[in-house]
Design a protein around this ligand. Structure first.
Ligand SMILES: *[C@@H]1O[C@H](CO)[C@@H](O)[C@H](O)[C@H]1NC(C)=O
Length: 233
């Protein structure tokens, strides 16, 4: 009992007061002299130590991906679910944080519909808290949503970005004009209808519309093509 509390004391003392210098071994590994809980070696001021000897070990590094295609990639030390490294105060880029959050309200949602909050994908670009409200700017939220409304039959809808312009319901269909949707997509079945009876139109919400020519044999077998044809068996 006494021994273990001495060991605990020594461990605590060395990890907070006199931690030996650590060395960065790259991403995705526990750096030299760091632990599973605090895997990343940083400089004394919390800046990431890239490939060199640092000062102490940190939980995560904020990489500040917003507006990059990698912004839904987890920050170093975080995971797929809790992607963004956060601190007590808003973090500068490449600086240590103390926790991982689902997302951060990094941008005013009214400033530009093409802006995506840190950690959120283009299909659901707005970071909100459990009640669905915007947390204060540059603080954490708990889910990514699309605050979009169907405002156009054929063009872009309000609240969706240029790359995912169509506001749709959970099943991928169009809400009616003026009705909110739940995510942004490249297309909807309605927006993919090219009016050509000789193509089958498909929407893949993540890649866009497909217009597949209907094979001639299907035209011949279509019921409306029969009256002109011989019906002998
Ligand atoms: C969500 O944020 C709003 C506004 O910032 C706040 O009034 C509300 O209490 C928050 N809800 C939760 C569950 O944190």
């Amino acid at each position: 009992m006494l021994f273990s509390s001495i060991v605990a004391f020594l461990f605590f003392a060395t990890s907070t007061v006199a931690q030996p210098p650590c060395t960065d071994k790259g991403k995705g590994v526990i750096d030299d002299c760091c632990t599973e809980d605090l895997p990343i070696c940083v400089h004394w001021n919390g800046a990431a130590a890239h490939g060199v000897t640092g000062h102490h070990c940190a939980l995560c590094i904020n990489s500040q991906f917003p507006l990059s295609t990698r912004q839904t990639a987890p920050d170093e030390g975080c995971d797929e679910e809790f992607r963004v490294c956060v601190g007590d105060r808003p973090l500068a880029a490449s600086v240590e944080g103390k926790d991982c959050a689902v997302c951060v309200n990094s941008l005013q949602s009214f400033s530009d519909p093409n802006d995506m909050d840190d950690g959120c994908p283009p299909q659901a670009p707005v970071c909100v808290n459990d009640s669905g409200a915007d947390p204060p700017i540059r603080t954490r939220g708990t889910q990514c949503v699309a605050k979009c409304v169907d405002t156009s039959l054929t063009g872009s809808d309000q609240g969706c970005s240029r790359k995912y312009p169509i506001c749709v319901l959970a099943d991928g269909s169009d809400p009616c004009i003026g009705v909110p949707g739940v995510k942004c997509a490249k297309c909807s079945p309605a927006s993919c209808n090219d009016g050509d009876p000789c193509t089958d139109d498909f929407c893949d919400p993540d890649t866009g519309c497909y217009h597949v020519p209907i094979p001639p044999t299907r035209h011949l077998r279509a019921p409306e093509a029969r009256p002109d044809q011989e019906t002998e068996e």
